[in-house]
Structure formats: structure tokens, C-alpha cells
Ligand binder design. Structure first.
Ligand SMILES: O=C(O)CCC(=O)C(=O)O
Length: 272
């Protein structure tokens, strides 16, 4: 199965994001039905005043789990992260309103990315992802006020929507991939903006990379998870899929204890 061109790989490396128009256009019908089914099965009452979020998301249904086996997507992830990449779970969301400027990580080693599946037609003014290109490059952007663009009023006396950006307009079926370090936001989205993600990372090789991975896994405790993956994700895994789960399974032994602590101290699992 074809993956990315050398130019696309370099674009991702240099700018920190990549949009693949129409990448899943043949599958977007069933993907959208499955997305709705997850929230229906969970009886999630999305009232539109705050984000509703389910983690891990594709894990909730056997068919959605197969996105990790999707030949085209698999080829793209292998091209960006190597054949032994780690699947790191992800969230499914009804977003409400704006998302302020932030990165998803500050990784100095390894490579962590997010594949984002938006299920509604979106542009820059109606909730499409806005990114500040190149800000994943910590060597170039730290220390820099741009890495804390969420404080735009204080920094520059401007609003979130006025921060310079590139918008990744969406027709459902497009695929957006971005480096966790990249600054991103959205403005003007409705009260039921549908989006889910798959986080993935390079296989951790050095002790420092393994420490980073363990820290990432520990972060799943805020969602009250005893494992980063659902039973169905693990039970239905082919040897190829299992290769992308194995390192996390090996390093998540401390997660139940951390989640027990989180349950004791939080009123509900985190919404993001
Ligand atoms: O689409 C959005 O509003 C924000 C998405 C986002 O921040 C994320 O997935 O990390």
C-alpha cells in the first residue's frame, strides 16, 4: 500500500503537520456511523455547554479498532514513525465552541503525533484546526512567546482568533496529522463538532525515551483507565496490530494504581 511521498514526509518534518484531502472519503460513511454509535452506547448526554470526551475512542467498537489496521493509514503512520510505531490511544469528542492555543506536548526526544478525523465540514471561522507552522521545532521556538500563544492578550494585546495561523479546512474524509509539539487552536466551532483522534509515537528505544513513554502512559490515569486500550482492541488484534500495542502494554503496569488515585481525587474523568 502506498504511503507518503518524500515531499510529504519532509513537509511534515519541516512544518509539523500534514493534511491528506479525501484520504478516507470511501470510509467516512461507516466511520461517522460508528462514531455516533460510541456516544449512543455510552448514553453520553452532550448538552453543548462543555466538551464531551471518550478515551480511548476507536477502542470502543471492534470496527473502529480496524482503523489501526487500515492499509493506507498504516502505511502513512509507518512512513512517519517507523514500522514499529506505538499506538497511544486517543479521544473522541463533541467539541463545543473555541479551543485556545496550546501544544499537546513538549517532547524533546522521540516523535509523537496525532491523526485527527473531523466529521463535519469546517473552515477557519467554523472550527477547523488552526496551526502555527514550525512551532513543533522546540530548538527554534523555545524560549519563545509563540509557544505560549494562549497568553496572546498578555503577550501581544490580541485575541485568540487574531493569532496568525494556517487553517486546515475540512471536508469529511480528509485526514489531518500533526506533531504533538505544534501550537494549535480552533475558533467558531458549533456546539456539537465531531472529531476523534489516534495518537501514535515512535517506538521508544533509549532509557530516556522509555521514561517519556511511561510518563505519557501515566497521563491516561486522568481518564481513570486501568489500561491504555480496551479489551476489544487487544482481543481482536492481529499480529500486525499487536506490534503497535506491545510496548505500551509492557510499560503500563503502574496505570491501575495511578488511576485509583485519580478516581479518589477527581469528580469525573478528564474531558481532555
Ligand atoms: O479541534 C479542536 O478544537 C482542537 C483539537 C485539539 O486541540 C487536539 O486534538 O489536541
Amino acid at each position: 500500500m502506498n504511503g507518503l511521498t518524500e515531499g510529504q514526509k519532509r513537509f511534515f518534518e519541516d512544518f509539523g503537520f500534514l493534511k491528506l484531502p479525501g484520504f478516507l472519503k470511501n470510509e467516512i460513511g461507516w466511520i461517522t456511523e460508528e462514531f455516533e454509535a460510541v456516544f449512543r452506547d455510552r448514553k453520553t448526554m452532550h448538552v453543548g455547554t462543555q466538551r464531551s470526551c471518550i478515551v480511548p475512542f476507536i477502542d470502543q467498537r471492534e470496527k473502529l479498532c480496524t482503523l489501526l489496521d487500515h492499509p493506507g493509514l498504516h502505511a502513512v503512520l509507518c512512513d512517519l514513525l517507523g514500522d514499529d510505531f506505538n499506538y497511544l490511544a486517543g479521544d473522541g469528542n463533541f467539541y463545543t465552541g473555541d479551543t485556545g492555543w496550546h501544544p499537546d506536548g513538549c517532547h524533546r526526544r522521540g516523535l509523537y503525533l496525532k491523526a485527527a478525523f473531523y466529521l463535519d465540514e469546517l473552515n477557519a471561522e467554523t472550527g477547523a484546526l488552526r496551526v502555527i507552522p514550525c512551532t513543533h521545532r522546540l530548538d527554534a521556538f523555545e524560549p519563545s512567546r509563540v509557544r505560549t500563544a494562549g497568553n496572546c492578550r498578555e503577550h501581544w494585546g490580541i485575541e485568540q482568533r487574531e493569532v496568525p495561523f494556517v487553517a486546515l479546512d475540512i471536508t469529511p474524509g480528509d485526514l489531518v496529522i500533526f506533531n504533538h509539539n505544534l501550537m494549535h487552536a480552533s475558533v467558531g466551532g458549533g456546539k456539537r463538532r465531531r472529531m476523534f483522534t489516534m495518537n501514535c509515537g515512535k517506538h521508544a528505544s533509549t532509557p530516556e525515551e522509555i521514561q517519556d513513554l511511561e510518563q505519557y502512559i501515566a497521563g491516561h490515569s486522568r481518564f481513570w483507565l486501568d489500561s491504555s486500550y480496551s479489551d476489544v482492541m487487544k482481543r481482536t488484534a492481529s499480529p500486525q496490530r499487536m506490534r503497535h500495542l506491545a510496548q505500551v502494554l509492557e510499560h503500563e503496569k503502574g496505570l491501575p494504581e495511578l488511576s485509583a488515585k485519580a478516581r479518589a481525587g477527581m469528580a469525573e474523568p478528564s474531558r481532555g
